[in-house]
Design a protein around this ligand. Structure first.
Ligand code: A3P
Length: 351
């Protein structure tokens, strides 16, 4: 049963400041900042294109049985999606290996990455950075992702699997009263390294700066869906709700069988030892890298992906140490400490 009450949209979009625009634009090959806006009291960075579906997302009619997998991007979403989907679908590996994950899940706000202001600047960035650039296929693909998932979800079969990088406050307020959510969080230093490579992989934003500059945009709340800590804390506050499961990437990494059992319990499923071992094997980084249904490599054929970058990358914890110099390490320590002062949220140690 879908609930059908329509709420008026409570948040306002505002422009990012001129100073922030300058900081962003000097690191991009086109005026990326002109695509961006801040949203709501926490000032989440979204694209202006988000406006056209923000209220529909907030009012998304939910069904019991819906399963959301949400996160700040690059926190292990894809890994969690595959785990959740397989458990919820009684380990149907045949389907998991043949139907791409992007078809098994609706990505709620994917449309917002298609700019309102036209595609030319995006196309240019992609054209310069990838082999095999195929403009027709790219346009076809972009037209497909430009359709808001909320429209597709209206007629989708249950159970529906929904992916989102939106913070909880931008999702339907009564979500946990009807649907289930699995949220995955990760040490922000590993997130930003991963996000940097992801930005180079897709190159649609035309980022031209260094890793250090990218880090700067992150902790100054100038990247999509920042402020990061607000995002994580909103989910953390709901972690005791029976319909919410809050996971850490670091816990999956340290003890995948234990994490599998937590997710299985949450979904009301039971696994024996052999099934758990098989699932661990399927979810290993080595198998993920080879698995075309999850690794996004199909986009390489038409030039959507930059050479020398991959969607499924290292899959490690603590890799940030190879990227952060002393100054950044200290900035990060202070930033994390300041943001954890008013909460009992703590990231598991990766030592
Ligand atoms: P790295 O770039 O640090 O390797 P998301 O799915 O939210 O975009 O997160 C992507 C991150 O999860 C990437 O991190 C990616 O390599 C990692 N990842 C994907 N599949 C994984 C797996 N099977 N095991 C461990 N990490 C995985």
């Amino acid at each position: 049963m879908e609930d059908g009450n329509t709420l008026s949209y409570p948040f306002e979009f505002s422009d990012i400041s001129d100073e922030e625009k300058k900081m962003i634009d000097k690191l991009h090959s086109f005026s990326y900042a002109s695509e961006l806006a801040r949203l709501g009291p926490k000032g989440y960075i979204v694209t202006k294109a988000f406006k056209k579906n923000a209220a529909d997302i907030y009012n998304l009619p939910l069904r019991s049985g819906d399963i959301f997998v949400t996160s700040y991007q690059r926190s292990g979403t894809t890994w969690t999606q595959e785990l959740v989907w397989l458990l919820a679908n009684d380990l149907d590996y045949e389907k998991a290996l043949t139907v791409p994950l992007i078809e098994r899940y609706s990505f709620l706000e994917m449309f917002m990455f298609v700019p309102d202001g036209g595609l030319e600047s995006f196309m240019k960035a992609a054209r310069q950075n990838s082999e095999n650039f195929n403009e027709d296929m790219m346009i076809q693909f972009i037209n497909r992702i430009a359709t808001p998932a909320s429209q597709i979800l209206a007629t989708a079969q249950s159970p529906r699997f929904i992916k989102s990088h939106l913070p909880m406050s931008l999702l339907p307020p009564k979500l946990l009263g009807t649907a289930k959510m699995v949220y995955i969080a990760r040490d922000p230093r590993d997130v930003i390294v991963s996000f940097y490579h992801h930005t180079k992989l897709f190159m649609m934003t035309g980022f031209t700066g260094t890793f250090k500059e990218f880090w700067h945009l992150f902790h100054k709340d100038l990247l999509a869906m920042t402020p990061y800590f607000e995002h994580v804390k909103e989910a953390w506050e709901k972690r005791h709700d029976p319909n919410m499961l809050f996971l850490f990437y670091e816990d999956l990494s340290k003890n995948l069988p234990a994490a599998i059992h937590r997710v299985a319990d949450f979904l009301g499923k039971k696994l024996n030892d052999a099934q758990t071992a098989a699932l661990c094997d399927h979810l290993s980084i080595e198998n993920f890298k080879k698995n075309k249904a999850v690794n996004f490599e199909e986009f390489r054929a038409f030039g959507m992906l930059a050479k020398n970058e991959e969607f499924v990358r290292k899959g490690k914890t603590g890799g940030w140490r190879e990227y952060f110099d002393e100054e950044m390490t200290q900035q990060a320590e202070k930033w994390i400490e300041d943001n954890l002062k008013d909460t009992d949220l703590r990231f598991p140690s990766t030592n």
